[in-house]
Ligand binder design. Structure first.
Ligand SMILES: CNc1ncnc2c1ncn2[C@@H]1O[C@H](COP(=O)(O)O)[C@@H](O)[C@H]1O
Ligand SMILES: [Zn+2]
Length: 306
């Protein structure tokens, strides 16, 4: 049962800007998937799926298992609906989901149907605005990247504003950013990103998990996180948005992340409110949607913040 404090975090209206679809699959949904495909799952895999703490490279093992479990239109629809429902139940009012379109010959899944299925899965009765970023797995190289950008562009032009951008992700322990940026490999990847930008797709890039800030690591330069100052001061603070990344894989939710920030940095409810409200400004949504969200935050504030 929720304590009063837990309730505040769940009621706090939130914006989730960084959630990978398959990393967000909850343990309950995973169990349903396993029941549907028991032949796929060995004992070892169940152990991986239920693990609590994981090193980064282990997370990518988990994704491989999830990808085997989610390999048809039917699976994607089920998973996406459940993930959206869970974020809504956690008080998320605006969600940007990202996912890497896959092609699976055995089930007839195409990359286009993959995106189309996610685009269609929002149910009207759930109070959450969902947008979608098409993800490029940086390990798959420049040709795939360019094809994915073209696909994303088609959807941008024809998807009633649901597809808003492009994400660049993929296991950073397998490929370093310096390799991506090298002439040759990187030149083409960069041109795919450039094309995406030019056609109006918003870009979200994974750059700093392992080696991108090699100098920062080597010289042990601290990363300054001044949450309170960034939120309250706003003078030269760097924008800061709390996100879950992979709520299923990391066994968390956005309310928990807010709670963690609050206890770590001693933030008041008023500051947390500002933190969540400010993230509206960092969404990839068009202006009218941002205004609608702002209005919602103002209305809810009277009810929730005493
Ligand atoms: C932990 N930090 C991370 N760093 C980089 N990429 C990540 C990631 N977490 C997830 N992904 C990317 O998202 C995919 C799973 O969701 P989708 O199949 O796309 O929905 C992973 O295979 C990886 O490419
Ligand atoms: Zn991520």
């Amino acid at each position: 049962m929720d304590t009063e404090a837990d309730l505040f975090y769940r009621q706090l209206p939130k914006v989730e800007l960084h959630a990978h679809l398959n990393g967000s699959v909850s343990f309950e949904t995973m169990e349903t998937l396993i029941k549907r495909k028991p032949h796929l799952i060995e004992h070892r895999m169940t152990a991986i799926l239920s693990g609590q703490r994981r090193a980064l490279h282990e997370c990518f093992q988990v994704f491989k298992v999830i990808h085997q479990l989610v390999d048809s239109e039917e699976d994607i629809l089920m998973v996406a609906k459940a993930v959206i429902q869970e974020f809504a139940a956690d008080g998320v009012k605006y969600l940007e989901l990202r996912s890497t379109p896959r092609e699976v010959t055995e089930t007839g899944l195409t990359k286009q149907r993959y995106i189309e299925t996610i685009r269609q899965c929002k149910r009207e009765e759930v109070d959450i605005d969902v947008r979608f970023l098409v993800a490029v797995d940086r390990r798959h190289g420049p040709e795939v990247a360019m094809d994915t950008v073209k696909l994303a562009e088609d959807f941008l032009l024809s998807s009633d504003g649901i597809v808003v951008g492009l994400d660049l992700s993929g296991d950073p322990t397998e490929i370093s950013i310096s390799l991506i940026l090298q002439v040759g490999h990187g030149k083409y990847l960069l041109s795919a990103l450039e094309k995406a930008k030019n056609c109006g797709l918003k870009l979200a890039l994974h750059l700093s998990e392992v080696r991108a800030h090699g100098n920062v690591c080597k010289q042990n330069i601290p990363i300054e996180m001044c949450l309170t100052s960034n939120v309250k001061g706003q003078t030269r603070g760097h924008p800061c948005v709390l996100c879950t990344d992979d709520k299923g894989v990391f066994c968390t939710d956005l309310s928990q992340e807010y709670q963690l920030a609050a206890s770590t940095f001693g933030l008041t409810q008023e500051t947390l409110w500002m933190l969540s409200q400010q993230s509206i400004g960092y969404t990839f949504a068009p202006e009218p949607i941002k205004q609608r969200l702002e209005k919602k935050w103002v209305e809810l504030k009277q009810q929730i913040l005493q």
